[in-house]
Design a protein around this ligand. Structure first.
Ligand code: HEM
Ligand code: HEM
Length: 261
């Protein structure tokens, strides 16, 4: 097994003995962050939704499981704090890395994403022969990431308001608490649907990726997968899609940048 990547400005590229070339898609830090977020999110949904749907059988069962309402609320609040801490660290880290010009903003929408979206829709409607070639993350993944971040900010802010309702009532109108409760409660359902319908479908179940995408587990995708799904990233690393095999950036660029979000 040979590591072909010589600098941090391109992702790790590994050649296996059987000739397969693997390209790093998610660093170990990003994978850890992802699975940490999954556990916290599932835990918050499991401890939050029984409070909303308290008249149902399953909510009563979950309440019994946690040993009562106080324990359930305590667990939700504790994991809510983990959630907020993770969100702040994630956003601060991005801001700092961008200010230092250390990362590529691979998950932030650009003008090309808009044209990719229009071209993809036109392809699905049969007006184009081919789909556009997508960057490391396509426009759907970028919009989804933005939706997850915005949704997380709403959940964190409204959750913190519900955390300290008495204290906040001293400095602001009680209606703010009611609005925060409504936002938190409805957004919780939206967040669940966002993850189940949009994210799980897009990342795991859609015909293009089914039966699954293990890159979020081991961190790598093959060169063929990269060419098929993220042609623009392939071209950035290896040159035109039908040609070269030497990473282009390794030859041309002298600008040191790590793989970003
Ligand atoms: C069991 C639940 C989940 C599974 C199986 C799952 C699976 C995946 C997979 C396979 C990818 C890689 C897709 C790619 O190649 O780009 C991914 C990426 C990602 N996941 Fe998840 N995920 C889950 C839950 C979550 C949750 C709860 C969050 C956030 C709170 C999240 C946030 C993200 C983000 C931001 C990315 C990178 C952007 C993207 O590729 O869509 N995931 N996930
Ligand atoms: C995506 C993550 C989250 C989900 C799915 C979620 C879900 C819920 C749900 C469904 C409720 C019940 C609302 C109702 O009764 O109608 C609730 C209540 C609450 N949540 Fe969350 N929540 C999340 C994140 C957070 C965070 C980040 C915090 C705090 C920092 C938080 C703190 C609270 C508090 C304080 C309550 C009121 C119940 C109580 O007083 O213990 N939640 N949450």
């Amino acid at each position: 097994m040979k590591n072909l990547s010589k600098t941090s400005k391109i992702p790790k590229i590994i050649e296996l003995e059987d000739g397969t070339t693997l390209i790093e898609r998610f660093s170990s830090v990003r994978r850890f962050e992802h699975w940490f977020a999954v556990i916290i999110f599932l835990f918050l949904a499991t401890t939050g939704l029984p409070q909303k749907y308290y008249t149902t059988e399953w909510a009563a069962e979950l309440l019994r499981w946690f040993g009562g309402l106080d324990q359930l609320r305590g667990a939700h609040r504790l994991f809510g704090l983990f959630f907020c801490t993770h969100l702040v660290i994630h956003l601060l880290n991005i801001v700092l890395e961008v200010m230092r010009d250390h990362i590529r903003m691979t998950l932030f929408p650009t003008r090309k994403d808009l044209s990719d979206m229009v071209q993809t829709i036109s392809y699905y409607l049969g007006h184009r022969e081919k789909q556009p070639i997508y960057p490391k993350f396509d426009y759907r993944q970028k919009f989804e990431y933005l939706a997850i971040v915005l949704c997380s900010i709403v959940m964190a802010v409204s959750g913190l308001v519900l955390f300290f309702p008495i204290e906040l009532m001293q400095v602001m109108s009680g209606e703010v608490i009611l609005v925060a409760r409504e936002m938190h409660s409805s957004q919780a359902v939206l967040a669940l649907l966002l993850i189940i319908i949009w994210h799980l479908y897009g990342a795991q179940l859609s015909p293009e990726v089914f039966p699954g995408n293990a890159s979020i587990v081991h961190g790598y995708m093959t060169k063929q997968e990269l060419a098929r799904k993220h042609g623009a990233e392939y071209e950035r690393l290896f040159g035109p899609l039908d040609g070269q095999s030497v990473p282009r950036q390794a030859r041309e660029s002298s600008h040191e940048k790590k793989e970003g979000v």
